[in-house]
Design a protein around this ligand. Sequence first.
Ligand SMILES: [Zn+2]
Length: 640
Amino acid sequence: MSFTAGHGSRGTLFLFLLLALATAGCGGSEPATEAGPPKARVETCRDLILLLDHAVLEHDGPGKSEARIEERLVSMGGPERAAIFAHPVSEISYTLAIHPGARLEFLIGMHPDCWETATDGATFEVLVRTTLGSETLFSRHLDPVHRPKHQEWKRCEVDLQQFAGTTREIVLRTGPGPADDPAFDWALWGEPRLISEGRRVPAETSARPHVILISLDTLRLDHLDASGHQRLTTPHLNRLLEESLFFTNAHAPSHWTMPSHMSVFTSLPPDIHQVFQIDGTARLAEGIPTLAGQLRKAGYLTAGFASCGFIKGDLGFDRGFDRYFLRYNNARRQNRLIRDWAWSNRDRDQFIFLHYFDAHSDHLKLPYTAPHGFEDLWSDLESEEIFGGCSPDGELCASSYLTQLNTDNVQLKLAERQAIGVMYDRGIRQLDYSLAKLVAWLKAQGLWDSSLVVLFSDHGEEFQEHGKMLHQQLYNELIAVPLIIKLPGGNHGGRRIDTPVEAIDVAPTILSLLELPVPEIMQGRSLAPLIGEGAATPDKDPLIFSWARNSSSITQGEWKLVTGTFGGREALFNLSTDPGERHNLIRRENHIARQLHQLLKEQRHRNRAIADRMSASGPAPTDGFSDEERKKLELLGYVE
Ligand SMILES: [Zn+2]
C-alpha cells in the first residue's frame, strides 16, 4: 500500500469543476436489509474496499499525523457496513478499466462517534482524473450535528458510462465542512463498488486455465452462511458461490491438517499415504504421484504457499512443486506473497496451492482471535465476559487451555462454548474477507475469470459436541467440510450438489477437467460427471471413509459407523434423523452396524495392500520436526 502524506493538493492539475450531477446522486437512507446482489453479473462487480491495497492514498491538511485512511465495519443503527474511514482532506485514487454500463455505487456517512461533537461535517466528492485535469462527478456535504437526517448512511450512485472503454483514475475525495476545519470530520465511504455489465470471459478463450487450489484450514461446513449458520460469517463467499459449484456433502479424510492435506495432494486415504506422524517423522514414499506433479508434467508452473509446519515441504508436500513456500503467515501476508508470485508469472500456465490458517485457534492470545475490524463483531453476546479464553487461574490460554480441557475431560458450560463459537466465527469472517481481497485482486488482474478454482477445508472444529475441543474425532463437526469449485467462465455457477463426495476426489477432478491423465493409483473419483462435464455418472450413494489413529468411520447413505468411540466401542448413527450424532443405535440396528463394520474392514485391508504394493518400506523416515517447530505446533494444541 502506498501512502503519501504532505503532498498538498494537486495544484499542478487543471481542475474542471464540472458538476455532472445529472448522472450522479444519492437515493436517501440505507435500506433496512443487507444490500442485495448487484444488478450486473457478479463477476463485473469490483469492490473498492478490497482493492484499497492497490489505490494511491493521499492525506493532507491539519492533524494529518493522527489522520488515517483505513477499513472499518460501521453500523448506523442498521447492519454493519464495510467502509473506508477517510479523514479529510484525503484522496483515494484507483486506476480502473471502465467497462460498458459502468457505474459507481457507494454509501456516504459520518461516523456515529462524531454526531455529538463540534464537527462541521465533511464533503464527499467523486472525481475522474486524466493527465489534462479532473472532473467532479459527484459532490455532497453531510452535517450530522445540525441535520439529524444526516445521521444515517446515504446511498449514492455515479454513472460512468461516458468513460466506457477507457482506463481512468477514479478519486474518492473527502474535504472538510464550510468552516474548513477537519476536526472530528470522521467521514466514511461505505461499500464502494464499480459495477459494469457482462464481461464474462468464455471458457473457450483460454485453452489452459490457471488452477488455484485454496485450503481454508479448520473451516467447519455448518458455520458457513450458505449452510444456514445463524451468524453472517461468509458474505463474500456467498458471492463466490454465485459463480461456483457448492458441494454440500463433502467429507474430510481425517480430523487434522497433515493427513488431510496429503490426501488432497495424492488422492490417497491416510492409511495408504501414511503421512500422519505428529512428530513429522514420515515423508511421503518415493514414487507416489501428486496433483502438483501431474500438472507440472503437463507444463504448468507449480507453486505452493503453506502457512503451517504440518504441511511443510520436507514431508513430501513439496513434491511436484517448482516452488513451495512455508511461512507462518496470516491471510493478509499470504495474499501479498501470492500476488507477487502470480503477477510475475502471469504469462505462464499456473497451478497455485494456497493455504489459509486463519480460522484455526490461535496459540498466543484468545483462541480464534480476529484482527482489527472484526474483534467487535457480534459483541452484543458479550462473549469475552462469559469466556476470556484462559483457564480460571490464568495459567493456560488459548489452544493450550483447550488442549488441557481435553486431557482433563473438563466440560465447559453451554454459554462458554457458545462464546468460543462466536470467536471462531469472527475468525471465519476475517478469513472470508481476506479471501475476498485475493479474489478481487485476481479479478482486477484478469487472472480469475478463466481460472479453475477449488476451495476446500481439511477438517472442521469441535466445541465439545462430543466431549472434546479443537479437532480430535471423526464426528461430522470435524469431517463435514466445504468443497467449492469455480469452473472457468463461472460455468454452472450457483449450483449446489448434494451427492456425498470426498476430499480425495479433488485431484482426479482437477485433472479430468483439464483432460489430463489421472494416475491409476489415485483412489478418489472425478466429480466431473456430477458437474455435467464428464460421461460416466458416479455412484450416488458411495462409501465415505475417514481415518484417525485409533478411530475410523464409514458412511453410506443415512448410516454412519464410527469405531474407537465411547471408550473404544463402535457407534452407529442415523444421519437423517440424528444429524448431531447423539444417539448410538448400535444395539437396535445391529445388522446395519455389522454390514458397515465388514465394509470398513475390507476397505482397510484393500488400503493396506495398496500401501504395501506402493512401497515395501512404507513412508520414508525423516528427522522429524525441529525443536522450534515442535514447540510451535504444540502451542496450536497438537500433542501426542
Ligand atoms: Zn488443519
